[in-house]
Design a protein around this ligand. Structure first.
Ligand SMILES: [Zn+2]
Length: 500
């Protein structure tokens, strides 16, 4: 393979809105979509003489994310004022963390076609969000509901090389913060936002001249924007020119990055310690509460699913997309094993995965139920487990189980127990040998000619014909029982009869 001409370096800065009920330094409601300027007070509007108070819940959520990213929490962490003048922040500074961020030196492993790649996390710091400016024609409107909302910024080292890797990083991070319950991960509403820096250079020459990319508001735009930018910089270097160090915006309508107006980029931050907030030194109880909040993370759970349930990477990956969906899977497998103690775990898991990844996903999407809300689905894990054990032990055919499922989740009168539906429709298979033999005796009388032909085919070693005739006889048995006779048992009895 031809060696790559340039080495590329991508670092990400991801901002996530923490799901605290109130803002980070005041008691205002922290919510998306409320009437403009209704969740404001003298503190978040920056009136003179007011004092901020740290929301301990924001600190706890921030530290939980930091720990999930394998960061160290320092013994002391504090806040600084980041000076800038812009109308979205009335104080003319943003309270942020500079010298002692709450999480330091972590890492996360991202997995994809490249195998496993470790991305180092430089830091996680807590800060307040700014207000929102809405430009309409000749006027600009300001909404300060967002000013002071708890924001956690996660800064990576420039360890990623392609847009695909950055996309997977964002997807994994989004899944992780949703599992932890600290952020809804909604990129459209801006509760998870990513900026990137990217540079390329000749292999071994270290980082190149860094370009910042903003406005990457979906994981797909992260991939497209970064791949575009790497190509663009390569073209500049190929032409013998120098990459301009600047901030560019991703233009989703033109599929390209464009230089940002210099005016918007002219911040000259001057950090100095925030005198109104004390240094935060987490005590043992606080650190313990952070560790307690660390649930089994999606990547760990996915790996466990692959091993414990013998699932493929793809199956486990989709099942672990949302915590509730993975919970539903595990509850179903457990219920199936509970109902049928001879069922193998691997078998129960594979059957459950098939139901979830095909029929259930389809019905959820028909009913506009998000995977995260599967707890509200009308078919409980126990009822699904019933269908699974019935098909596994052969007492209900797959066809009838699927029919019972469709009725149990039908849009018109769903919510019924599939066990009742099967009982009502007489869908339990007949597995009683004597009962099937009785039916076969009738078929023997009616199909004497076919039986002679089948025996002739057997003596002539015409296996194909013999099998076709035997299948025909099984079909007759099934027809006489409205499809309820277990086809396997019927087949065995027909073979035995022909051999006599
Ligand atoms: Zn406020």
């Amino acid at each position: 393979m031809e060696a790559k001409k340039y080495q590329s370096f991508i670092g990400l800065e991801v901002h996530i809105h923490l799901l605290t009920k109130t803002k980070v330094f005041c008691g205002c409601r922290s919510a998306f979509g409320d009437e403009p300027n209704t969740n404001v007070c003298p503190v978040c509007l920056g009136y003179p003489g007011v004092l901020p108070v740290l929301n301990i819940e924001a600190m706890r959520m921030g530290c939980t994310v930091a720990r999930a990213l394998n960061c160290t929490i320092p013994e002391k962490t504090w806040f600084e004022r980041k000076q800038y003048f812009y109308p979205d922040m009335t104080k003319n500074y943003q309270i942020s963390q500079f010298a002692s961020p709450l999480g330091q030196n972590g890492y996360v492993d991202i997995e994809g076609s490249w195998g496993t790649k470790r991305v180092r996390i430089h830091e996680c710091h807590l800060e307040e969000d700014a207000g929102k400016m809405i430009h309409t024609g000749t006027v600009s409107l300001l909404d300060y509901n967002r000013a002071g909302v708890s924001l956690l910024e996660i800064v990576t080292e420039p360890d990623m090389e392609t847009g695909e890797q950055a996309e997977v990083f964002i997807q994994q991070l989004r899944r992780m913060v949703r599992y932890l319950g600290v952020c809804d991960g909604n990129m459209e509403e801006g509760s998870l936002r990513a900026d990137a820096n990217v540079s390329i250079n000749l292999p071994g020459a270290g980082l190149g001249r860094k370009v910042e990319i903003k406005n990457l508001n979906s994981s797909r735009f992260v991939k497209l924007g970064l791949n575009y930018e790497i190509e663009r910089q390569a073209t500049v270097l190929d032409a013998g020119k120098i990459v301009v160090q600047e901030t560019r915006l991703w233009n989703e309508n033109r599929d390209q990055t464009e230089p940002m107006r210099q005016k918007e980029n002219a911040h000259d931050y001057r950090y100095f310690p925030e005198p109104d907030l004390p240094v935060f030194a987490p005590d043992d109880a606080f650190l313990q509460s952070v560790e307690n909040a660390l649930v089994e993370l999606p990547a760990t759970r996915r790996k466990r699913f692959e091993i414990e349930y013998s699932l493929s990477f793809d199956q486990a990956n989709i099942l672990c997309e949302e915590r509730a969906f993975a919970d539903y899977f595990e509850a179903t497998v457990a219920a199936a094993l509970d109902r049928n103690t001879v069922l193998e775990k691997k078998d129960a898991a594979s059957r459950t995965a098939n139901w979830l990844l095909t029929d259930i996903k389809r019905v959820l999407s028909r009913d506009h139920i998000a995977l995260a809300d599967i707890a509200a689905f009308m078919l409980t894990p126990d009822r699904l487990a019933y269908l699974i054990v019935k098909t596994a032990d052969g007492s209900v055919s797959t066809k009838n189980a699927k029919q019972a499922f469709e009725l149990a989740v039908s849009a018109e009168n769903g919510g019924r127990d599939p066990a009742d539906i099967i009982l009502e429709n007489n869908w339990e298979q007949i597995r009683d040998l004597a009962q099937i033999a009785e039916v076969l005796a009738l078929v023997e009388q009616e199909e004497a000619k076919t039986i002679v032909q089948a025996r002739e085919a057997a003596s002539a070693n015409n296996d194909k014909r013999r099998r076709a005739l035997s299948a025909f006889l099984v079909g007759k048995v099934l027809a006489k029982t409205q499809g309820r006779a277990d086809p396997k048992i019927a087949g065995e009895l027909v073979e035995k009869m022909l051999g006599e």
